[in-house]
Each structure stands twice: as structure tokens, then as C-alpha cells.
Ligand binder design. Structure first.
Ligand code: SAM
Length: 291
């Protein structure tokens, strides 16, 4: 099925299927921290609450991660994936969920810019399961890594060309500006095997959506309107808050994918942009595939 055909299925009738819910809040570290207890119990790991909170979606930490696994099965052929890369892994909560799912000969690499989260994952997850490794990119970012001294241009994913079956990013392109998104897509095209997928949850602007968002007072938990079109097909929710929340037109994503050597092969609307109750805030899902 073509992308347009796939889209058509979802754009008719105003009803959208659940994309497999994703972390929906683009700025989890800005809300009040959950007060109770020093650690969050997550599938046999005790994660410092401060780090879990920075990864996001407390108190539904484990539930959201399990929903991420559903999304990876549904959109990323998780069952066939042996070598996996996660961008924006935070403290490694989805890595922990993947431990029983990764085949014995498989590998997982998690990358994030938050140094203490990566240090915790390196110190606690890798020793329990050496198939899992974590790398810190010291990219400067006011929200996630204010002490960072580098840019995305200084980094390449430490994986060999064609070595990776699946790359995924939950709620990471929701913060990203075009140059960094384009660089990641190029790097994904390099490391993916032919037929390999990238699954990204993010905010996607489709035809008529900006007017709809303004009409309903914004979508998602933070009333996102993306009223600022910074450049063609790239939207920001509030340019005064950087990185804040970003969104891309589907056509822009198709262009970026083509420039990188990927194709947008699937797209599913999330619940964030509807005028439904505030808790229905799942992000859109985009699948990029290496031809
Ligand atoms: C909203 S959180 C989502 C965390 C996790 N993916 C989840 O859904 O639970 C965004 C994550 O992306 C990370 N991040 C932001 N910019 C990044 C970049 N350029 N490369 C890698 N990770 C990045 C942040 O540090 C943070 O952990």
C-alpha cells in the first residue's frame, strides 16, 4: 500500500486508531516531580526517581514503556529485529522492557544527551545484560543537557553501515530542529540494513490541522497549537521556549527522508490533535524505511 493509501485509511471519518500510545508530553522534565519514594520500581530495576522523572510519564512509567513495545511490534517488526538502536533512551526504561524480547544474539544501543541518565543505565543495565549498551552524546540542550559542549554535528551513531534492523525514537523528534533531524535521518540510513525501519513518535502537521488546533484551543496535555511556522513545514509551539515542542508537516518529513535515503512508509495519527479529553494525548507515529 502506498503512503497516501495508508494515510487515506486513517484520515477519513474523523476517527483515528490508537497508534499504540507513546509518551505524549514533549517536556516531561518541566512539571512537578512525583513526591513519593526515592526510587521507581520498573521490571526488577530500582531507578532513582529523579532520573525516571526526567525520562518521563510518571506515575505510568512501566505502563507507557509496555505500550512502547506494542508500538514497536505494530510498526517496527520488533519480532524480527536483532540489532536495535534507540535514540533518546533516557534512563533506559525501554531497554529494560526489551531484555526479555531481544534474541540471545541480539544487541541494543541506547543514546541520550542526559549524562546522569546514561551513566545510570551503563552502571545498572549493561552489567545485568551485556547485550545492552549506552552512549552519551554531549550535545548542548537547555532542557536536557545544559552543560553540554558539543553539537549533533560532532556525533555519529557508533554502529557499522547496514548493521541495524530497527531504530526507534519515542518523543524525541518532538523537540528537534530540522538540521539535527536531518542528520539523524542520514545516520539512520547509513546504519540500517535494507528493509530496516525507523519508528518515531512525534507531532505531524497534516492538511487543515493548524486551523483545527486553533479552533479547539490546542491539542495534547499542553494545548499545543504549533502556530509558528518557522520555515516551510517546520513548526514550533512557542519559539520563546527552546527546544520546547516542535512539529513537522508530513510533506517535509517525506522530503527529509528522501534527502537522507529513506522513505516514509507508514503514518498513523495519534490522539493528541483531536478535541477529545485531555488524557488522549498519544503522539503520531511515522515509520521511515531504508529501501
Ligand atoms: C520526552 S523524553 C523521551 C524519553 C524516552 N524516549 C521515552 O519516551 O520515555 C526526550 C528524550 O530525548 C533526549 N534527547 C533530546 N535530544 C536528543 C538528541 N539530540 N539525541 C539523543 N537524545 C536526545 C532527551 O534527553 C530525553 O531523554
Amino acid at each position: 500500500m502506498t503512503l497516501r493509501g495508508y494515510l487515506g485509511k486513517f484520515l477519513t471519518g474523523g476517527k483515528t486508531p490508537s497508534p499504540g500510545p507513546a509518551a505524549s508530553d514533549p517536556e516531561p522534565a518541566t512539571g512537578p516531580e512525583e513526591p513519593s519514594g526515592p526510587v521507581v520500581h520498573h521490571l526488577g530495576f530500582d531507578i532513582p526517581r529523579r532520573l525516571a522523572w526526567r525520562t518521563g510519564t510518571l506515575p505510568d512509567f512501566t505502563t507507557v514503556s509496555q505500550k512502547h513495545m506494542v508500538t514497536l511490534r505494530r510498526f517496527g517488526a520488533l519480532e524480527q529485529a536483532r540489532h536495535i538502536v534507540e535514540i533518546g533512551c533516557g534512563v533506559g526504561r525501554d531497554a529494560i522492557s526489551l531484555i526479555p524480547l531481544l534474541p540471545p544474539e541480539g544487541s541494543y544501543l541506547g543514546i541520550d544527551i542526559m549524562p546522569d541518565s546514561i551513566a545510570w543505565a551503563q552502571g545498572h543495565i549493561t552489567p545485568r545484560d551485556p547485550r545492552f549498551s549506552f552512549v552519551h552524546f554531549d550535545v548542548a540542550d537547555k532542557q536536557h543537557n545544559p552543560g553540554g559542549t558539543e553539537t549533533m554535528q560532532d556525533h555519529r551513531i557508533p554502529r557499522a553501515p547496514g548493521s541495524t534492523d530497527l531504530v526507534y525514537l519515542f518523543s524525541v523528534f518532538t523537540h528537534m530542529f530540522p538540521a539535527d533531524l536531518a542528520q539523524y535521518l542520514r545516520d539512520f540510513a547509513r546504519i540500517l540494513r535494507p528493509g530496516g525501519h525507523v519508528v518515531a513518535t512525534m507531532f505531524v502537521i497534516t492538511e487543515g490541522l493548524p486551523a483545527h488546533l486553533l479552533r479547539i484551543g490546542g491539542g495534547g496535555a499542553r494545548n499545543l497549537t504549533f502556530r509558528h511556522e518557522i520555515e516551510p513545514g517546520f513548526f514550533h509551539n512557542d519559539p520563546a521556549v527552546v527546544p520546547g515542542a516542535t512539529a513537522y508537516a508530513l510533506s517535509r518529513l517525506e522530503q527529509e527522508a528522501a534527502a537522507a535515503g529513506l522513505e516514509v512508509t507508514r503514518f498513523a495519527l495519534g490522539a493528541w490533535s483531536r478535541s477529545g479529553p485531555p488524557e488522549t494525548t498519544g503522539q503520531d507515529v511515522v515509520v521511515f524505511t531504508r529501501p
